[in-house]
Design a protein around this ligand. Sequence first.
Ligand SMILES: Nc1nc2c(ncn2[C@@H]2O[C@H](COP(=O)(O)OP(=O)(O)OP(=O)(O)O)[C@@H](O)[C@H]2O)c(=O)[nH]1
Ligand SMILES: [Mg+2]
Length: 300
Amino acid sequence: MKTKVVLLGDSGVGKSCIVNRFATNTFDIDSRVTVGAAFVARTIEMNDVNDDTRDVGKERKVKFEIWDTAGQERYESLANLYYRRAHVALVVFALDDEKSFEKARFWIKELKEKCEKRDALIILCGNKMDKITDEHEDRIVENSSKNNFNRRRKIEKGNDGEIVEGKEEEEEEETIFVSMDRAERMANELGCHMCVTSSAKTGEGVEELFFEVARKLLQREKGGRRKTDATNNEASKQKKTRNTNTSGARANAETAVVPPRTRDEEANNATKKKKKKKKKKTATTTGGESNPSRRPLHDT
Ligand SMILES: Nc1nc2c(ncn2[C@@H]2O[C@H](COP(=O)(O)OP(=O)(O)OP(=O)(O)O)[C@@H](O)[C@H]2O)c(=O)[nH]1
Ligand SMILES: [Mg+2]
C-alpha cells in the first residue's frame, strides 16, 4: 500500500526533524529552514490487522511518500500543491509555542475545506515534548490568554548565577506550554482523527505515530473490502428475493438488511407499513435489524 503524507505547520516546529527521525533515525539540532518542500519516502512492514481470518499473519508493506512543506509564511500559498491529494496530513505544532498551536488550527480548517481526499486522515501532533520536564508542570496552560502567554518574570541573580535578593535584575522569558488536553479538545472540535505528542529529538512517539497511521489505513482498507463484500452479498440476496418472488413477509426479512438511515430503507419502511396494514394476518417478525452482522459497517 502506498500513502501520500503531508506535513504542515509553522516554521520551526520540527516538521523536517520528525521526517528525518522517521526516515533515517537522526536528529539535527541545527536543522535548516525548508525551502519550498522536501520529499522523503520510507516503507514499513507490519502485521496486517488481524480482525479478519483470511489475512491472519500476513505481512503488509506500507510505503509512506512524505512531503515536508516549508512553514515560513512566504511559502504558505504553495502548501495546497502538497496537501491537495494527501491521504494523511500531519499538522505539527511545538508544545512550547502557543503561536504555532494557533497556526495548527488554521491548517486543520484549511485541510477540511480544501483537501480533495474527503477521508484524509488528519493528525494533530504536539512536537518537542522533551522540552517539558516535571519542573515545567505549572507552566502548562489550559487556556490561552494574553496575561499568561509569554509572560515575563523578573529574577535576581548574583555573579555566580544564584538567585539573591537586591542584586542586578535580569529579565528572562518564561515559556508557556500548550496542554495536550487543550490540543485534544481542538482536535475533536475540528474533526481530526488523532492527536499525539512527539519528540523528534529523542524519537519518542515518532515511529509509533507512523505505525498507528499504517494500522488505521489497513483497517480502513479492510473495512472498505468488508463493506464491498457485504454490499455484493446483499445485492445477490436481493436479486434472489426478486427472482423467487417470495411473500411480502419474506421480502421484509430481506430488505431489513439494508443499512438503516438510507433513503432505500426509508422507502422500504413505507412499503412495509402499507403491506402490514393490508396483510396483517401474514406479517411476521424477522429480527433482521437486531442482528449485529446485518448492521451497516462503519469506517474507523
Ligand atoms: N528540543 C527539541 N527541538 C527540536 C525538536 N524538533 C525540532 N527541534 C528543533 O527545532 C528547530 C526547527 O526544526 P525543523 O525541523 O527544521 O523545523 P521545521 O518545522 O521543519 O521548520 P520549517 O522548515 O521552517 O518549516 C531545529 O533547531 C531543531 O533542532 C524536538 O523534538 N525537540
Ligand atoms: Mg523544515
